[in-house]
Design a protein. Structure first.
Length: 350
């Protein structure tokens, strides 16, 4: 019965995700919703907007791929750069990527789906390539431990002003926000200390000015005020439902959020941000994130009401992103999808 319910839930959510319209920018098509076309990218687990190449997004596979990063052009969905990292060990469970104010990419090999059985995890740091061509780059590897013991995590965020690295752990009963040292060191363990509580989180991203931190889970996302290293008030963000909600990043100019998922030809969807306040998403039906195991946040894909998809021509002014019945079915069955995903990943150890 569980298998049948999960299959039905997955179908309902796929149908729902297919009806969610996307927003595009008014420029050259950069930073629009797009589909990752590269057949090598089947488990896109992290997302970061390039600081050097407008409209380009960095991503990577979850596991069993090797030391590779991919730069995907949002105009076409095609990979324009493949980076091979050297100077690091064999990646184990790469879950996140973020760009720092120093121009470096920070890659979080921080996943641990075996309930925190690894005594340390890793962060890799390397400069963002200045030229769009395949390249091999020597990365710096940092050992990471948590002050309160090993745990699973999928979200790594570098603050755009201070350069400090933050990690949000993942737990069905709620995770923690962990603050890294002011400067990472290669000479010993980098201890991350718990400074706040967060819901179930699969990825996160700071706004370009560093005043907001968006954390997403399987059912939605929340935007928190962020001041002096501490979380403040949270507001729901109109994140789209996806097959396996894995990644989020701001566009480089901070005008929109980009939400990604895993799978072959996975979709990255743009959500407009009003003004400078990431918590003020486009009006629409919202789901309160609350606390609990079902997800790290907020509102449903219906938050993009009235938007148009430039590729499919879907949506019309006044048309909601999903019908009320579909929203209800998606919410009721999302838990079954989450359980299936979690069970599968536990079984695979990744």
């Amino acid at each position: 019965m569980r298998v049948s319910l999960t299959a039905l839930g997955a179908t309902a959510l796929l149908l729902f995700a297919g009806t969610a319209p996307a927003r595009a920018d008014d420029g050259d098509g950069a930073d629009r919703s797009f589909t990752i076309e590269d057949p090598r990218i089947t488990e896109s687990s992290g997302l970061a907007a390039s600081h050097l190449h407008p409209g380009v997004y960095w991503t990577h596979n979850d596991s069993e791929d090797g030391p590779y990063l991919y730069a995907v052009d949002s105009r076409t969905g095609r990979t324009v750069v493949t980076v091979t990292m050297t100077g690091v060990g064999e990646p184990r469970d790469v879950e996140a990527i973020s760009l720092g104010p120093d121009g470096n990419l920070y890659v979080g090999d921080i996943g641990d789906n075996l309930d925190g059985t690894w005594d340390h995890v890793w962060i890799y740091r390397l400069p963002e390539p200045k030229v769009l061509k395949d390249v091999t780059v020597r990365a710096t590897q940092f050992d990471v431990v948590y002050a309160d013991g090993a745990r699973d995590a999928e979200a790594l965020m570098v603050h755009p002003k201070t350069g400090r690295v933050w990690i949000a752990s993942k737990n069905q009963d709620g995770g923690g926000l962990y603050e890294g040292p002011a400067h990472l060191s290669t000479s010993g363990k980098n201890v991350f200390r718990r400074v706040g509580e967060v819901p179930w989180v699969t990825d996160g991203a700071f706004s370009p000015d560093g005043t907001r931190l968006v954390l997403r889970g399987y059912l939605g996302a929340d935007a928190y005020t962020f001041d002096d290293g501490r979380l403040g008030d949270a507001g729901g963000v109109g994140a789209p439902f996806m097959r396996q909600a894995e990644s989020v990043t701001y566009t480089a100019d901070g005008t929109a959020l980009m939400f990604g998922t895993e799978g072959e030809r996975s979709r990255v969807q743009r959500l407009e941000v009003k003004g400078t306040d990431a918590a003020q998403s486009t009006p629409g039906p919202r789901v309160s994130s609350g606390s609990g195991s079902s997800g790290g946040g907020g509102s449903s894909a219906a938050g993009e009401s009235g938007a148009r998809d430039p590729e499919n021509g879907s949506g019309a002014e006044g048309e909601t992103a999903g019908k009320g019945g579909t929203v209800l079915v998606g919410l009721l069955l999302a838990g079954a999808v989450w359980l299936a995903v979690r069970t599968k990943r536990r079984r695979n150890g990744g």
